[in-house]
Design a protein around this ligand. Structure first.
Ligand code: SF4
Length: 294
């Protein structure tokens, strides 16, 4: 999830040597024909399409009944810290920091300002330790990268240096309206391949479908194929561990994503309560609202 230029070069090689066959009708640029054409003029977020509720009742509660839910603290805490730390690294480079030790100590100082933003996660055990571990992880990777880059090319302009050290975009915005989605924000977008990456703190089969949602949205805008994605699992075990699975964004993933999208858009259009599933996810933020089954 914290990609370096060398890692991206390896992923590019892997992408080039990975066979894939993606049907033309499942490309985002075919947004004006089924099955990509959305069944409604309404739009949803990728996370709404892939929510943990098997019947989509959460979508009904959120957008038809306007019921508010809590957020998942662990995922949001890690995500917010990651995005902010990467942005801060870039900011320091643009401000003229050109030495790994200087970047490390500037990041450490900045953490004490940032940690006030973590107050909202205080109910989550070890929230400060987790935030600090994520922040330090980003700081450590990019401080080393900065030293290497400056050694290799000492006279780079700040903009070139920043793009070498952080060679991808965090929270990359893509307009998903042509494919029935809101403006999506891709956790990490790697333009060199191009490839999308999603960060998750738990494991669920459905998560990989978010890559299909991002690919469809990107393809609908830029008419450029996005064949690959990374599903990155982030865990705190005293320190941050990250494992990224390389995926072809296949026909099956695209079809399953579109099926879920249409199912949930229909709930919005018809305003029909889809009812409770046989079992509810114990982490569903609506458990207390609909007295879900466990
Ligand atoms: S509590 Fe159950 S039915 Fe209600 S939204 Fe969550 S998973 Fe769906």
């Amino acid at each position: 999830m914290i990609f370096t230029l060398d890692q991206i070069a390896l992923y590019a090689k892997r992408a080039r040597s990975t066979p894939r066959s993606i049907s033309e009708e499942l490309r985002g640029w075919r947004w004006n024909e089924p099955p990509v054409f959305p069944s409604s003029s309404r739009t949803l977020g990728v996370s709404d399409v892939l929510s943990t509720c098997p019947t989509g009742r959460d979508v009904f509660l959120r957008y038809v009944k306007w019921v508010r839910s809590g957020t998942e603290p662990r995922g949001s805490l890690i995500h917010e810290t990651y995005a902010s730390a990467v942005e801060t690294v870039k900011r320091f480079i643009y401000e003229g920091v050109s030495d790994g030790n200087q970047l490390r100590s500037s990041m450490l100082e900045e953490f004490y300002t940032f940690m006030k933003r973590l107050d909202k996660y205080r109910d989550f055990p070890q929230y400060l330790e987790v935030g600090r571990a994520m922040w330090d992880y980003v700081s450590s990777v990019y401080s080393s990268e900065l030293d290497r880059a400056v050694q290799r090319s000492p006279f780079l302009a700040r903009d070139s240096l920043a793009s070498m050290i952080v060679p991808f975009f965090v929270e990359y915005p893509v307009d998903g309206s042509l494919v029935g989605l809101n403006q999506v924000r891709v956790d990490a977008f790697i333009p060199q391949i191009p490839m999308v990456a999603e960060m998750k703190t738990g494991v669920r089969k459905k998560y990989e479908l978010s890559l299909a949602g991002y690919a469809l949205a990107y393809e609908s805008n830029f008419e450029t194929p996005v064949d690959f994605g990374l599903l990155c699992y982030v865990k705190y075990e005293g320190r941050i561990n990250v494992r990224c699975d390389f995926k072809v964004i296949s026909d099956r993933m695209r079809e399953e994503f579109l099926e879920e999208r249409d199912k949930r858009l229909e709930i919005l259009d018809k305003e029909i309560d889809p009812g409770l599933p046989n079992f509810c996810d114990p982490h569903c933020p609506f458990l207390s609202v609909c007295g879900g089954k466990r």
